[in-house]
Design a protein around this ligand. Sequence first.
Ligand code: ADP
Length: 374
Amino acid sequence: MRLFPRLFLGHLLVTLVALGALLLIAEVTAPSFYRHHVEQMVALLGPEGRELRPDLERGMRQTLNLALLAALPFAVGFAAFAAWLTSRRIVRSVRLLGEGSRDLAGGHYRRRLPETGRDELTDLAHNFNVMAGSLERVEQDRVALIGNVGHELRTPLAALRGYTEAMTDGVMVPDQAAPAIGREVRAMERLASDLSLVSRVEAGRVELHPTTFGAASLLHAAAERFGEAYAERGVTLTVQEEPDAAQVRADFERSLQVLSNLLSNALRHTPQGGQVTLAAETAGSGVRFSVQDTGHGIPPEHLARIFERFYRVDPARTRGEGSGVGLTIARGLVEQMGGQMAVVSGEGGSTFTFSLPVALRSEGLVPIGGGVTT
Ligand code: ADP
């Protein structure tokens, strides 16, 4: 049987049972209530009254029965109407939910259900809408990802085609084209490895090898890696270490990758003569690392989006400089290591900060100034 008749008949049955019980109880208990009035009338009528007592009692009972019989059809009618209304509301919600689920299964992620009322069915509709919203975002993300990857591949592929055509037409000799071809191939390799890493980072599946190390050792390793590039570009790189900065418990290589990413961005966005400061300080249960530059900064309307995959503030100007996933990877790695990343930026430059957990004594905490320990 369909849900509506089942619910309707169920409601009606319950009401009819309640009505039957009401009639029965009224019949059984009513005499004890009207007996007092009968006694008063018998006393008023004197000796004749005693003979009239059975008639009086019968009259009372008949009046009660008539009243109950007259009320019964109305009571049943109202009960049926209420049962119909309630059943219809429940069935409508269930039907909408069924249709909505079918639409979602068919890939129509825009489908939403009305959220009217305050009961569990409204909660169900609300949860359905939240789920549909998440699925819609995932789908939009998937479509955007495919579009972005295609877009990122198009530039190096177009360049490669240009070089091969130039060689075929004899405009370029292989020796001339080889370095440029190598550059484009390396860009594609970088993109492929960035994409593979970003997908692992977003799924939280990067393999980590946590060790205990001093914050200063990480700062120096990063500064050493970039010293030459900074000197070449005429940007000063300063390391500011807190003498008693705590020991960190994280994957050293991945932490270095995060710092390198921030230092590479800072270098790219800071003009000659500018300054970049690399620092670490203990803050609560973590060590806060920061990379502060005196570059052109990030406009406020872009700031909230720079950690998104493939998001670039000025795509035309920065084409070929990076794949736009560096910060996505950096933030994902930091979060997987138990920290957080943030940025503040203005016209005077940008400061990227990220925290990493302080090592506990049981995790091999060594005296301040000690080297890398595992
Ligand atoms: P990309 O590979 O393009 O550098 P990222 O994810 O590392 O990608 O950075 C995203 C965008 O954030 C960059 O394209 C750039 O516009 C902006 N950005 C990142 N770091 C800085 C910085 N230090 N100063 C100014 N803009 C920055």
